[in-house]
Design a protein around this ligand. Structure first.
Ligand SMILES: *Cc1c(COP(=O)(O)O)cnc(C)c1O
Length: 372
């Protein structure tokens, strides 16, 4: 099958999946049947293993996209008399703040520029100055720009001040190391369709067991109550409400592939090579990245839009789709950018093909200067 028939997704997700992962969705599963209960238990155990959190945490899956799991995590873990400090350097940080506003959760925020990582020193000062803050939330990789936040240092500061950390690791989990043995956190949230390379439809939260035990009755929502979801699953291995059975079957297959690839180290290495091939290739065409290399996560890269008057993103995008490559618009408020992802069932040879398609497309459009 040609690229044009099955385009490569160079996006933040959903992503290009393997044939085996898609084929795992070709069966029907009884949601209360033993085979599905075992599959579900295997998925939950594997997620805990990836986070090196088997002894301290539990994995609670939830129907929906990643945002559903973030909303459920915040709503379940922040007590009614608690207050969340949200560390913001992009859209996903801002979304957590919005979740609090809608749910009536007391929250405060500190914003950094989107092109700057969160500064743990400032977080420390903020926590000292506001004793009412009980929980802190931050994105590991802020997918808005692809910037990597120093989550280990942030976790250190939060733990030393006796507060609890909720990590949106949606776009980093499974490819960027984050171990519960080294990094203190109450929750890490991810989803089936990013670095785990499954189909979209399940959010996954790794939650510290004692924090979840204390969270009974916190939730402002029935369907987003992770304590209740957990309790039900512990009782009989079943989901409270209809599970996305095929999505879980695909995730089970995708997790086996993750392990075969060498786990977080293996997957991270491939994405790292993809990212280098992408950045080197695009720079050789004259493009500039939005984020300095030392803060760039190997997940997605934001490129600055060329100032050449012949460059038009909509036309550029459509021409790349016609060649079999789906890229992504930008999302920064400060800079005009577009994004190209490095994650999914994609290897460096695919990335070099994509860069070659960009080169031809620029020629077709008459774009000579890719400087911003
Ligand atoms: C993808 C993503 C989410 C969740 O987005 P959905 O569209 O709900 O899946 C949240 N945070 C980050 C950092 C993400 O990359």
């Amino acid at each position: 099958m040609s690229r044009q028939d099955r385009p490569l997704l160079l996006t933040p997700g959903p992503l290009t999946t393997s044939q085996a992962t898609r084929e795992a969705m070709l069966s029907d599963w009884g949601s209360r049947d033993r085979a599905f209960i075992e599959l579900n238990a295997r998925v939950r155990a594997e997620i805990l293993r990836i986070a090196e959190a088997e002894d301290s945490h539990v994995c609670v899956p939830l129907q929906g996209s990643g945002t559903f799991a973030i909303e459920a995590t915040v709503g379940t873990l922040v007590p009614r008399d608690g207050k969340l400090l949200v560390l913001v350097n992009g859209t996903y940080g801002r979304r957590m703040l919005e979740i609090c506003r809608v749910a009536g959760i007391d929250a405060t925020a500190r914003e950094w520029r989107e092109t700057e990582p969160i500064d743990p020193g400032e977080v420390s000062a903020l926590l000292e100055s506001d004793p009412s803050v009980s929980h802190v939330a931050a994105a590991h990789c802020e997918t808005t720009t692809g910037i990597l936040n120093p989550i280990e240092a942030i976790a250190d500061v939060v733990a030393r001040s006796g507060r609890r950390l909720l990590i949106d690791a949606m776009s980093a989990f499974g490819a960027v190391p984050l171990s519960a043995r080294d990094v203190p956190f109450d929750a890490v949230v991810t989803s089936s369709n990013k670095c785990l390379e499954g189909a979209p439809g399940v959010g996954l939260t790794v939650i510290r067991k004692d924090a979840l035990e204390r969270a009974k009755g916190n939730s402002r929502s029935l369907s987003l109550d992770l304590h209740d979801q957990w309790q039900t699953m512990e009782r009989n291995g079943q989901w409270r409400f209809t599970p996305p059975t095929q999505v879980l079957a695909a995730l089970d297959r995708a997790l086996a592939a993750h392990r075969e690839e060498g786990g977080v180290a293996g997957r991270g290495a491939r994405y790292g090579e993809n990212c280098r091939a992408l950045v080197d290739g695009m720079r050789s065409l004259g493009f500039e990245t939005a984020i300095p290399d030392e803060a760039q996560a190997p997940i997605i890269v934001a490129f600055q839009t060329p100032r050449d008057p012949n460059f038009d993103f909509t036309a550029f995008y459509a021409r790349l789709v016609a060649r079999g490559f789906i890229i992504y618009p930008g999302k920064l408020s400060e800079l005009d950018t577009f994004r190209i992802g490095c994650i999914g069932q994609v290897n460096p040879a695919d990335i070099r093909e994509a860069v070659a398609a960009v080169r031809v497309t620029l020629d077709d459009m008459g774009v000579k200067d890719c400087a911003p």
